[in-house]
Design a protein around this ligand. Structure first.
Ligand code: HEC
Ligand code: HEC
Length: 265
């Protein structure tokens, strides 16, 4: 991928931008189009639509376009899919595969045992800079149905091999060097102001990004996410030191404050 091609991105219109990214098969939510095919078809001759199938599909839509379908509980412009890549199926991007059977589990941050619903609420309150999705809401039931569907082959208690993020040696990031990495490898998509072009290209800082209580708001975690998944058009090309440097730089930037009222999540 020739990076020079991307230098004019911020100049073209959003429509053109999205089309251009899609045609390159990058930065395009449409690239997750292969996933719906594996979600049970709504209605085929030999498999009539069931209420459960519809719920799974609705859950995937909420996962992919969270601000659109659960907007009352989202404070930024991120979808679950922006971090849990490819609709929660990409390895080492905290996938949802075979996850449901691991709950209930002890949660260090909360200090007690939590359900899958509680874990989803945690990402709403922190990663989505919003508020906990009510347990009895239609959206919660749909998200749980989708995650359970992605967990259908799981053996209870045994985690998926690609769970979480890759392991990195613990390095110290240098934000001054990170600024250079960001400008050359990230700003083309996420913008020199970190704002991206939501919902196609997510914000990495500023009001449309995750809050300072989020899991991604941790230089080590972000480095581990970035080294395996970013730059999205050329993943796996940064050194561990570069991944730590660029996350240290991103961590010097402003973002929404976590609402302490939700600290149980
Ligand atoms: C800003 C990025 C981001 C967004 C957006 C986000 N999450 Fe997360 N999520 C994380 C991180 C980071 C973790 C912790 C992964 C780890 O430490 O292994 C996590 C963990 C999880 C887990 C537990 C995974 C595990 O392996 O235990 C679930 C379930 C989850 N998120 C659901 C969601 C849902 C549903 C949404 C959308 C409503 C969402 N997340 C939005 C970053 C995000
Ligand atoms: C080609 C465009 C592109 C480039 C270049 C790129 N990203 Fe991303 N980034 C994306 C997209 C699109 C997503 C949403 C997940 C997905 O669909 O892959 C994303 C998601 C993210 C996220 C999680 C969501 C959020 O907004 O916080 C972080 C953090 C991130 N990128 C950091 C980086 C860093 C650091 C670099 C440079 C090393 C980089 N990205 C380069 C397109 C890009």
């Amino acid at each position: 991928m020739n990076r020079a091609h991307f230098s004019g991105w911020q100049l073209v219109s959003l429509g053109l931008l999205a089309a251009c990214l899609c045609s390159l098969n990058i930065g395009c939510k449409g690239r997750t189009a292969s996933v719906p095919a594996s979600v049970p078809a709504a209605a085929t001759a030999d498999q009539p639509a069931t209420a459960q199938t519809a719920l799974v599909q609705e859950g995937k839509r909420i996962f992919d376009e969270t601000p659109k379908h659960a907007g009352d509980f989202v404070g930024n412009k991120l979808a679950c899919n922006d971090c849990h890549i490819q609709s929660g199926t990409a390895k080492y991007a905290a996938p949802m595969i075979n996850l449901a059977g691991l709950f209930p589990m002890y949660n260090k941050r909360a200090g007690h045992t939590i359900s899958l619903q509680n874990r989803i609420q945690e990402c709403f309150a922190r990663s989505e800079a919003g508020k906990p999705l009510p347990e009895d809401s239609r959206q919660m039931k749909a998200l749980v149905a989708y995650i359970e569907w992605l967990s259908r082959d799981g053996v209870k208690g045994r985690p998926y091999e690609g769970r979480g993020f890759v392991r990195l040696p613990k390095l110290t990031g240098n934000p001054v060097r990170g600024r250079i990495v960001y400008a050359s490898q990230c700003a083309g998509c996420h913008g020199s102001d970190g704002a991206g072009v939501p919902p196609v290209l997510p914000a990495v800082w500023g009001p449309d990004s995750f809050d300072d209580g989020a899991g991604m708001h941790n230089p080590e975690k972000m480095a581990a996410f970035v080294i395996h998944n970013m730059p999205q058009n050329n993943p796996g090309t940064l050194t561990p030191q570069e991944a730590f440097d660029v996350s240290a730089y991103i961590h010097t930037m402003p973002r929404p404050r976590f609402n302490e009222a939700y600290k149980n999540y």
